[in-house]
Design a protein around this ligand. Sequence first.
Ligand code: MG
Length: 358
Amino acid sequence: MKIKSFNITCVQPPLAIPHKTASGTIAAAPLVLLDIETDSGLTGCTYVFVYTPMALQPVAGLLADLGELLKGHDVAPRTIAALIQSKFRLAGNQGFAGMAAAAIDMALWDCLARAADLPLCRLLGASPQASCAYDSMGQMPPDETARQVEASLKAGYRAFKIKAGHPDPSQDEQVLDAMISAAAGEDIWLAVDFNQAFSPVISIERARRLERFELAWLEEPARAEDNAGHAQVRAGTSIPVQTGENWWGIADMQRSLDAGASDHAMPDVMKIGGVTGWQEAAALAHGQALPVSSHLFTEISAHLMSATPTAHMLEILDVAGAVLTDPVTVSSDGTISPTNQPGSGIEWDMTAVEKYSV
Ligand SMILES: [Mg+2]
């Protein structure tokens, strides 16, 4: 099976709830959709979430050029990944190049799974597993947060993460108190995300105020690349530290592990290098018995988590549901299972794709 052509579409579907973090608000999801057509007639598809509309055209442009380069090559994701890495060795394999490479990798794996007539998790050797899912909530005032917790509990969620790091530290506590009150005695799982907003010293001060909530983790309490800072926070609070969504490839992950920067691992399937990179990350984490949670990309992550030996929590922050025919939904027991169809769980709703294309 050989690569024939790339079909690239930029869309910007609105988020159901604008997502506010300590470092800005996202109201619509800038996505680059990629369909890779093959000479067998099968098409592999995926999307990448590129964070800012300014990244749409650069990533789409790179994909168009890579489509020309890869025409006639085997649908062999690991071999293709090595080829793309060699082409960007000097320009750098992170950022836009990393996003484009991951899109190609994920679409090729989707294609292989369809060709094998298997859900991606089965192609990777794993039975479908239900993952514990958490509702990944933005930064909101206490009353608004409480209303969302009530609605999410009705939908099946039992686990929640909030973007903390309000300018006034007491606001973080008020939000967590409001969430616990909204759960009205239900035993809920709680985590917070500082989104790199503080220095390690300030993060430690703020984390200590939150220790009474027995949080599952404190996410990115220092700058993503500051492994020593993360290790410092880890030593300064009883809350377990979570990081990894900004690891670009497993070399970044290895540096974080070497620094003892985190109690958990949270690779992002795009930044870590697609399905190929995720498998390497899952193996590294397995070697240290580090719990692995997913970041964004719910549909494909549900498959990858099934094939991850130390799988922990699946993040639900739905950025692509508006352009999919079968958006993932949480079960009444708070879990999400991978789709049972061949592929990685991506089928475009073409009417929505046209509506939101930019
Ligand atoms: Mg985060």
